[in-house]
Design a binder for this molecule. Structure first.
Ligand code: F6P
Length: 548
C-alpha cells in the first residue's frame, strides 16, 4: 500500500484541483503577466515551456510534495548508485553508465562498470569508424554502402528513430535500413532494394532469442550464403547482444561481436552497442555528442532542485493529469518530420516501462499508471486526429516539440511549420467561445437562424493543456537530451506509482502462446482441440483459404 504521506499528498492534490477547476488557463495568464518567465526552464539548447497548463505555483508545490513523499530523491540516488532497482529481475538499471563521459566511476552490483563500458564502446566505435570510412570492407572487397539493422523493440526503435532524426549527419554514401517485423514483407521489401554484396547486416538482440530478429537474421544469412557464398557471412554480418555465446553459432567473427550488459534494459539500450548502426551512420564523434546529451540530462536530473528539474516536472504534470484529472492519454507531437518515429519510441519507453498494475509490494497499484501515448509529426496530425484534441470529449495533454532552426530544410517551410506549432498550443488553450463564433459568422454575413444551427459546432472549449519543447536545432546532443529527459520522466513516475519501471512481464504470455500456436498454424493436420472456439474457428477459416 502507498505510504500515508503519498496518500495525503494525493488527497491534497484532489482538493486543490477542486479549487483550481473554475480557473481557465487563459485567466491564470491574464492574472500573472510573468507566467511564462516563471513556468519555463532553459536547459542548454532546449527550452521547456510548461506555462500552458492548469497549474499554479500552489499546484506545483503540492506536486513536489508528492514527489518527496514518494521518495523520488532517495530512489533517484539508488538508481544512480547501481542498486537493484529492477526488483523482479534483481538488477540495477544503469544505462546512464553508457553515456558517462565524465571519467568518474559508476557502480553496478558493487563494481565499477566504467572500465568495461569504455572498452566495449571503444571496440564498437573503432569498428563503426572503419566501416564508415571504408577501411573495413564487404566480402566483395568494396566498401559497405548499406547497413541493415535487425532488431525489434528496444533493439530497433532507438537506432531507427535516431537515424531518421539525425539523417542530415549520416554519411552520403551510406544508407541505413531497419528491419523489425517478422512479417516477411519487411525484410523482403528491404532486401529488394539492397546491393547484397556491399550490405552490412547487424543482428541486434539483447537476448539473442527474439523470434522476429532471429528469423529475419537467419533468412538474410541464408540469402547471403546462397548468393555470395558461405564465407561472405563472416564479412557481411556482425552482432550486438548480451548473450555472446549464442552469437558464435551464427557464424559471426569474434571481432564483430559487440556486447552490453543485463543491467541495460532493451528500451534504454540505444546508448550501448545497440547504437552501432547510428554510430556508423553519423560517425563516432557525433555519436559521442549524442551520448553527451544524455549525460547532460543525468547531471541536471541529479543536481537540479525538484522544482526546476525538467524530467521531474514532466513526470509531475503527467501524474497531475493522469491521477488527479483522470486523463487517460498523452500525445507527443514533434513539429519535426525527422522526429516521426519519436512517438513510437516513447510508446515503448513509457508504456512498456510503466504499463503496470502491480506495485513493488505485489499488491494492485493504488493509482492509474501509464497513459496511452501516441503521436504523429505536425502538421500531419492536424489533418488527422487533432479534431479530437480540440473538440473531442477526451482531454489529451500534449507535448509539442519544435526546432528553431531547420537542419538542411527550407527556412520558408520552417516558418510555416513553426507558426503551426505555436498556433496549435494556443488554440488548445484559448479555444473559441460561442460569442466569438457568433460574431465571426455575423461578420461573414450569415443570418440569425443559420448562425444558431452552426455556432455550437464551431465552439472550441479550450483550456486544454500542453507543454512545448523548443530546441535550437535537432543536433545529436539535443536528441540525446530529449531522450534522457523522457527516460527520467518515466523513472520518476514509476517511483510515484510505486512500480518497477524496468521489467516487462506483460509481453511474455503472447510470446508463449505464439510458440504453441506456430506448429498448429504451420501444419493443417494438427488438431485444434482444446483451443477456444474463436482461435480454432480462425485457424479453420485460414486452412480453408489455404486449401482454396
Ligand atoms: O517484447 C519485449 C522485449 O523484450 C523488449 O523489451 C525488447 O526491447 C525487445 O523485446 C527485443 O528484445 P531483444 O533485444 O532481446 O531481442
Amino acid at each position: 500500500m502507498a505510504g500515508t504521506d503519498v496518500m495525503h499528498a494525493f488527497a491534497a492534490l484532489a482538493a486543490h484541483r477542486e479549487e483550481l477547476a473554475p480557473r481557465r488557463i487563459v485567466d491564470i495568464f491574464r492574472d500573472d503577466p510573468q507566467r511564462f518567465a516563471r513556468f519555463h526552464v532553459a536547459l542548454d539548447d532546449i527550452l521547456f515551456d510548461y506555462s500552458k497548463h492548469r497549474l499554479t505555483e500552489a499546484s506545483l508545490a503540492h506536486l513536489v510534495s508528492l514527489a518527496r513523499a514518494a521518495g523520488v530523491e532517495e530512489r533517484r540516488a539508488a538508481l544512480f548508485a547501481g542498486e537493484p532497482v529492477n526488483t523482479t529481475e534483481h538488477r540495477p538499471a544503469l544505462h546512464m553508465a553508457l553515456r558517462n563521459l565524465s571519467g568518474k566511476p559508476m557502480v553496478a552490483e558493487g563494481r565499477d562498470v566504467m572500465p568495461e563500458v569504455l572498452a566495449e564502446r571503444q571496440k564498437m566505435e573503432a569498428f563503426a569508424e572503419a566501416v564508415r570510412t571504408g577501411r573495413i570492407r564487404s566480402a566483395s572487397g568494396a566498401p559497405f554502402t548499406d547497413i541493415v539493422n535487425f532488431g525489434i523493440g528496444g533493439s530497433d526503435l532507438g537506432p531507427a528513430m535516431a537515424a531518421r532524426a539525425l539523417a542530415p549527419f549520416v554519411a552520403d554514401r551510406l544508407t541505413l535500413h531497419f528491419v523489425a517485423n517478422v512479417d516477411g514483407a519487411d525484410l523482403g521489401d528491404t532486401v529488394k532494394r539492397l546491393p547484397l554484396e556491399t550490405t552490412l547486416f547487424i543482428v541486434c538482440s539483447k537476448s539473442f532469442t527474439t523470434i522476429e530478429t532471429m528469423t529475419n537474421a537467419q533468412t538474410a544469412r541464408t540469402l547471403v550464403a546462397s548468393r555470395l557464398g558461405e564465407a561472405a557471412v563472416a564479412e557481411n554480418f556482425c552482432a550486438v547482444s548480451t548473450q555472446l555465446d549464442k552469437i558464435a553459432a551464427f557464424g559471426i567473427k569474434s571481432d564483430r561481436i559487440f556486447g552490453f550488459w543485463d543491467w541495460v534494459g532493451g528500451r534504454y539500450s540505444i546508448w550501448s552497442s545497440i547504437g552501432l548502426s547510428l554510430a556508423i551512420g553519423i560517425g563516432t564523434e557525433k555519436f559521442e555528442k549524442f551520448l553527451l546529451g544524455g549525460q547532460d540530462i543525468d547531471t541536471h536530473f541529479t543536481e537540479a532542485p525538484l522544482e526546476r528539474n525538467v524530467p521531474v516536472l514532466m513526470a509531475l504534470l503527467g501524474i497531475w493529469y493522469r491521477n488527479v484529472w483522470g486523463y487517460a492519454t498523452h500525445a507527443v507531437i514533434p513539429y519535426d518530420q525527422r522526429m516521426a518515429r519519436f512517438p513510437a519510441y516513447l510508446q515503448q519507453l513509457e508504456m512498456e516501462s510503466n504499463g503496470k498494475s502491480v506495485a513493488l509490494s505485489e499488491r494492485p497499484v493504488e493509482e492509474a499508471t501509464a497513459p496511452i501515448v501516441f503521436g504523429e509529426p505536425g502538421t500531419n496530425g492536424q489533418h488527422a486526429f487533432f479534431q479530437l484534441l480540440h473538440q473531442g470529449t477526451e482531454i489529451v495533454p500534449v507535448d509539442f516539440l519544435v526546432a528553431v532552426q531547420p537542419s538542411g530544410a527550407d527556412p520558408m517551410h520552417h516558418r510555416i511549420l513553426f507558426a503551426n506549432c505555436l498556433a496549435q498550443s494556443q488554440a488548445l488553450m484559448r479555444g473559441l467561445s460561442h460569442e466569438e463564433v457568433v460574431a465571426s459568422l455575423t461578420a461573414q454575413g450569415m443570418s440569425g437562424e443559420a448562425i444558431e444551427a452552426l455556432a455550437a459546432h464551431k465552439v472550441f472549449a479550450g483550456n486544454r493543456p500542453s507543454s512545448t519543447f523548443l530546441y535550437k536545432r535537432l543536433s545529436p546532443r539535443v536528441l540525446g537530451q530529449l531522450i534522457a529527459l523522457y527516460e527520467h520522466k518515466v523513472f520518476v513516475q514509476g517511483v510515484i506509482w510505486d512500480i518497477n519501471s524496468f521489467d516487462q512481464w506483460g509481453v511474455e504470455l503472447g510470446k508463449e502462446l505464439a510458440t504453441q500456436l506456430a506448429p498448429i498454424v504451420s501444419d493443417p493436420t494438427r488438431s485444434t482441440d482444446g483451443l477456444d472456439s474463436s482461435t480454432a474457428g480462425l485457424i479453420a477459416a485460414a486452412r480453408k483459404h489455404q486449401k482454396g
